[in-house]
Ligand binder design. Structure first.
Ligand SMILES: Cc1cc2nc3c(=O)[nH]c(=O)nc-3n(C[C@H](O)[C@H](O)[C@H](O)COP(=O)(O)OP(=O)(O)OC[C@H]3O[C@@H](n4cnc5c(N)ncnc54)[C@H](O)[C@@H]3O)c2cc1C
Length: 529
């Protein structure tokens, strides 16, 4: 297959990247991508692309578990009510109904694949997390994500129709007159076209554009950036969930300490060792994450600096070492012993709500381009995600994407054009570490209009001042700068506070003017709709 000449620094002018054809291309080997791959018909030839190893995905790092109304005192309706409450008026009710109604089927799917969730005498052992009115989180000890990822990856390895493209970087999405028809990838030094009648972006979120993040730097939003350049509608980029309890280890690594610990009774205490959350919220430590994170910053200000701590001592060594074995081991390795010490914690960028806008079947605004998992904005999280709803979202909507691909005619392959890739400008940008530091300061838990405006100008200057005439762009840096720009623009436009977006200069939720979603489309100004 040939397309328009493509010469954006990747190839000598006049050459076309070599192409490989599949029935479906899935970008991302986290819970969402693996679920799609395993839910598609075994007759389809699938390319499963990932830029790094399994253990660098956010899925692998997930600790707490997956929300599903499995208790006798619970129901899908109650799970939906909690999700809507935490989402602060911006959830799609239809998406939330789908998520919560199909949660039991998602659980069945994972169990059929071989996932083993912890059990008690009553059946599945259910944990409690912030924002949930019931015990509702199924888990595999405290390393649920690693277990799910390994089980699903083992299953894909056993399927001869799935070809894994590891260490392969999605550069851009290819389109034709009918919509999406493939993607441009880089493996080692080679640039290739992977072509297929259906493409699924399951490439995770963009918390890695913050310096202090529970995600790896690989969570760079590459899939969202590629979809944006291809013309897909991107929404809700300003909403970022900051997890209240991450600890900075002596190595500098930021490590999450699961909310499930607070669900089991661990408390947050200030520098004087006093519990403070009851002064801020009636649900105390189990308030939604945005509320706990802001309360922590307020408490830090009140005590004029110093540290805040997680106090899990009352849970006892035996219980901590069994139920929270992975967290216990990681902390102990660095000299923190939860049964006898307070653990210093701080709010940290954790989950990004914005992404590629999809319908209930994971279809983006570009025909034949699908998105699911953290890359997608399905509408289930609104302005803030209910804890443990994202592994669930990956499975529920991953299965829906597969069903839709199965039932619908797909894009007949014609000529691919490279217009999305051609939208990349060549920059020689400052190190991404600098961008991340600046994002922590300007777009963190508490934002200010003036700082957001300065950041917009700084981002603009970097892109204009550092145009590069020759050489290949740094694709990752390019994407990080692009997404930072979208986030900051949307945060500046939203002159109110809601869920994962708090403006100190507009601290009140304003439904009259802002019960809307920010929308980004290539070539248009950001808007609220
Ligand atoms: C520390 C931590 C704990 C968490 N705990 C929980 C929890 O208990 N419960 C819960 O529900 N959620 C939890 N979350 C959130 C949840 O894990 C993620 O939202 C979810 O796993 C995202 O899955 P995903 O499949 O969308 O993406 P990921 O798992 O992030 O996978 C992304 C995939 O895309 C690939 N990729 C990215 N860019 C490119 C590119 N340019 N080219 C090719 N491939 C690319 C990556 O290689 C990777 O394979 C946690 C997150 C973290 C970081």
């Amino acid at each position: 297959m040939k397309g328009r000449e493509y010469s954006n620094g990747m190839l000598p002018a006049g050459q076309y990247p070599k192409s490989r054809r599949y029935d479906v291309i899935i970008v991302g080997m986290g819970v969402a991508g693996l679920t799609v791959a395993l839910s598609l018909d075994k007759k389809l030839r699938i390319a499963l692309v990932s830029k790094n190893s399994l253990d660098e995905s956010s899925t692998y790092k997930a600790q707490g578990g997956m929300a599903v109304a499995a208790g006798t005192d619970d129901s899908a309706a109650q799970h939906a009510a909690d999700t809507l409450h935490v989402g602060k008026g911006l959830c799609s009710k239809e998406s939330v109904a789908v998520l919560t109604r199909e949660a039991p089927a998602a659980l069945d799917f994972l169990q059929t694949m071989g996932t083993r969730f912890c059990k008690s005498e009553q059946g599945l052992e259910l944990a409690r997390e912030g924002g949930h009115s019931r015990k509702r989180v199924v888990h595999h000890y405290d390393f649920t994500g690693r277990h799910i990822a390994e089980v699903l990856a083992r299953q894909t390895a056993g399927r001869s129709n799935i070809e894994c493209w590891e260490d392969t970087f999605l550069i851009d999405i290819l389109t034709n007159a009918q919509g999406c028809c493939g993607c441009l990838v880089k493996k080692k030094k080679q640039t290739l076209q992977l072509l297929a009648p259906a493409v699924v972006i399951a490439a995770g979120g963009y918390s890695g554009i913050f310096g202090r993040s529970t995600n790896s730097v690989a969570a760079n939003g590459d899939g969202i950036a590629a979809a944006y350049r291809a013309g897909a509608v991107i929404t809700d980029m300003e909403f970022v969930q900051f997890h209240p309890t991450a600890v900075t280890l002596p190595t500098g690594k930021v490590f999450l300490v699961s909310e499930a610990l607070r669900g089991e009774g661990a408390l947050l205490v200030n520098a004087a060792g006093e519990r403070f959350m009851p002064n801020y919220h009636e649900s105390a430590e189990l308030a939604p994450r945005d509320e706990v994170s802001r309360a922590m910053l307020a408490e830090l200000e009140r005590q004029q600096g110093g540290c805040l701590y997680l106090d899990a001592r009352a849970l006892g060594q035996d219980y901590l070492m069994e139920r929270f074995q992975a967290i216990y081991a990681e902390l102990a390795e660095h000299g923190y012993f939860m049964e006898k010490q307070l653990i210093p914690v701080l709010p940290t960028a954790h989950y990004t709500i914005g992404g590629i806008k999809t319908d209930l079947w994971g279809q983006s605004s570009i025909p034949h381009l699908y998105a699911c998992g953290e890359s997608a904005a399905t509408g289930v999280h609104g302005a803030n995600r209910l804890a443990s709803n994202s592994l669930l979202e990956g499975v529920v909507f991953g299965r829906r994407v597969a069903a839709h691909i199965h039932d619908n005619s797909r894009n007949p392959l014609q000529t691919a054009d490279f217009s999305a890739a051609e939208r990349r400008k060549r920059h020689s940008l400052p190190p991404v570490a600098l961008l991340r530091k600046k994002m922590d300061v300007t777009a963190g838990v508490v934002r200010q209009g003036r700082e957001l405006k300065d950041m917009t100008e700084w981002l603009h200057q970097q892109q204009e001042a550092n145009r590069q005439e020759e050489g290949q762009p740094d694709f990752s840096a390019d994407n990080a700068y692009l997404l930072a720009g979208l986030l900051v623009e949307a945060a500046l436009l939203r002159r109110e506070s809601r869920g994962g977006h708090y403006r100190a200069d507009y601290p009140v939720q304003n439904d009259r003017d802002f019960k809307k979603h920010s929308i980004h489309v290539w070539g248009k100004k950001v808007s609220l709709q």
